[in-house]
Design a protein around this ligand. Structure first.
Ligand code: 48H
Length: 261
């Protein structure tokens, strides 16, 4: 390279980004939140051959996984979720207590991100899902805006992404489902018809329920990961992550079956 034209650098980035954005205005699945549940759902859906986009509010995907437990960057995985990590190329280490495995949280999240994007999932980072598309009967997409615009409190209208299915994988916050309920007063497919709210720590119950609670909570709208327990009133479980991964996988499998009908 004999010279370096700054405007070519700018043009390359602008063109590539807008190509990506235009290509994702209609997707099969829009995933709100790039934590472990959202990222593993993206990995499976993309591997099934579906068009999937992840919208992550923060600059980096990973959600609560980076910090392991209290910023000690290891996660614990129970035996049932080990094959899932092995599938993406992580070999969790058996702990001295039977049935418990450990993995580096940073390596797990970076590998998962690589595998999901290699499979074809597209990540839009620094974008917040601020609303859903709703026709009175079902959710048909997400409404997105730059997180920075929100933080600055700027009055900037968002853009819309159409999706056959939306997954709320926003973790404890259940942010997108909350907006759907708050704005439209819809009745959810939960025992209360509403967002039940997360319960306190009970790891065994939380881990079991997070998989059970994963599913279509309203036509077109799924919950996975911690959002599933918040929607149905399940417990938190601390830094054990098998349930999050199994939940994301379950959401992907149900949606794959629906898209294949
Ligand atoms: C775009 C958004 C929005 C929005 C939020 O919190 P997460 O890691 O969620 P899960 O369910 O994949 O995993 C939960 C796990 O990390 C955890 O917190 C556990 C196991 N806790 C147990 C305990 O006892 O505390 O990721 C959610 C992601 C985050 O990256 C958010 O930034 C993002 O969603 N997000 N993205 N639009 N409106 N709201």
């Amino acid at each position: 390279m004999k010279s370096l034209d700054d405007t070519i650098v700018s043009r390359a980035i602008i063109e590539k980004f807008f190509e990506r954005l235009k290509n994702n205005l209609r997707v099969d699945v829009a995933i709100c939140g790039g934590g472990p549940a959202g990222m593993i759902a993206a990995y499976y859906l993309a591997n099934f051959g579906h068009k999937v986009a992840i919208f992550e509010r923060k600059l980096s995907v990973g959600g609560g996984m980076w910090g392991g437990g209290m910023m000690f960057n290891f996660i614990v995985i129970q035996e049932g979720a080990v094959p899932l990590l092995q599938e993406i190329g992580i070999e969790p280490e058996a702990y001295s207590e039977e049935g418990y495995f450990t993995a580096c949280s940073v390596r797990t999240m970076t590998t998962l991100t690589a595998k999901a994007t290699e499979a074809g999932a597209t990540i839009f980072n620094a974008m917040t899902v601020e609303d859903v598309v709703w026709d009175g009967e079902k959710v048909g997409g997400v409404v997105v805006n730059w997180s920075a615009a929100q933080v600055a409190g700027l009055h900037i209208d968002p853009l819309t992404i159409n999706a056959k299915y939306v997954i709320d994988a926003t973790g404890h916050e259940t942010d997108v489902l909350k907006t759907l309920v708050r704005k439209n007063g819809v009745k959810l497919n939960t025992p209360t018809g509403n967002i039940a709210g997360e319960q306190s720590m009970f790891a065994l119950s939380g881990e079991t329920d997070v998989v059970k609670n994963t599913g279509e909570v309203y036509p077109g709208m799924f919950v996975a990961g911690m959002a599933a327990n918040a929607a149905f009133g399940g417990h938190r479980m601390g830094p054990i992550f098998g349930g999050m991964l199994l939940s994301g996988k379950k959401a992907a499998e149900i949606i794959h079956n629906l898209l294949s009908e």
